[in-house]
Design a protein. Structure first.
Length: 238
């Protein structure tokens, strides 16, 4: 990155059970030693992070970085998308699938080194349209069915569990309660209709802390990949 450009680092204090907050002074000290101009802000909520990311460009920042997990980067993306700023990921969450997919080091200081000495590159962003003219953008993977239920549990009921454990627990619970979805879609101009346990649109190889939803996916190839799991006994899913 250009060292004359200002960077705003938004810290999610709950990412990784406080890992991001603990990493902040270390990352901040590293950037200061490198002479890299960066302002740090500990956010108070997802909406606060989104709003601060949206205001980064008007406030004169050239780059806005998320110090946190996949959720933190998602909020930065939804706020800053379309404003012209460069977005960066300093992984300090429990999943960090976006960083893995982009080849960013999972150590936040090593990622900060890449921020200082690396160069921006273009990656694919996906857009989802919902009823009521709602449009959402995302960079990793999105789905319906089992994975959506598991994610809701992991970020809700089991959010205080450490790292991978909450995702595994959420997946096991969702498997016992999830019902097949009768999916009707049009794919490459052809009708598609089938009962599915889950349907995912993947832009990253993994989600849910390393679950390989689409191992061969690249995040800068201009393609989105579809992954379907049919109505199978839960013992066969694994």
């Amino acid at each position: 990155m250009d060292r004359s450009a200002r960077t705003l680092v938004l810290v999610n204090p709950v990412s990784g059970s406080g890992r991001a907050l603990r990493a902040q002074p270390i990352v901040e000290g590293y950037l200061r030693k490198q002479g890299f101009p960066a302002d740090f802000c500990v956010t108070t909520s997802a909406e606060d992070m989104r709003q601060r990311a949206a205001a980064a460009a008007p406030d004169g920042y050239r780059c806005v970085a998320a110090l946190g997990g996949d959720g933190a980067f998602h909020y930065v993306l939804t706020g800053a998308f379309g404003t012209g700023v460069v977005m960066a990921c300093l992984p300090a969450g429990s999943g960090n699938d976006i960083a893995m997919g982009l080849g960013i080091p999972l150590d936040p200081v090593a990622a900060a080194h890449l921020l200082v000495h690396g160069a921006p590159r273009a990656v694919d962003i996906l857009r989802a349209c919902f009823p009521g003219n709602q449009v959402r953008v995302f960079i990793g993977a999105g789905g319906i069915g089992l994975d959506a239920e598991a994610n809701q549990l992991a970020t809700g009921k089991f959010r205080r569990m450490p790292g991978l454990l909450k995702y595994v627990t959420a997946a096991l619970v969702a498997l016992t309660t999830s019902q097949p979805l009768h999916v009707t879609a049009e794919i490459d101009g052809a009708p598609f209709q089938r009962p599915l346990l889950l349907a995912a649109v993947a832009n990253s190889p993994t989600y849910g802390a390393g679950f390989k939803i689409a191992p061969s996916v690249r995040m800068d190839d201009g393609w989105m990949d579809l992954t379907f799991v049919e109505d199978l006994p839960w013992t066969r899913v694994f």
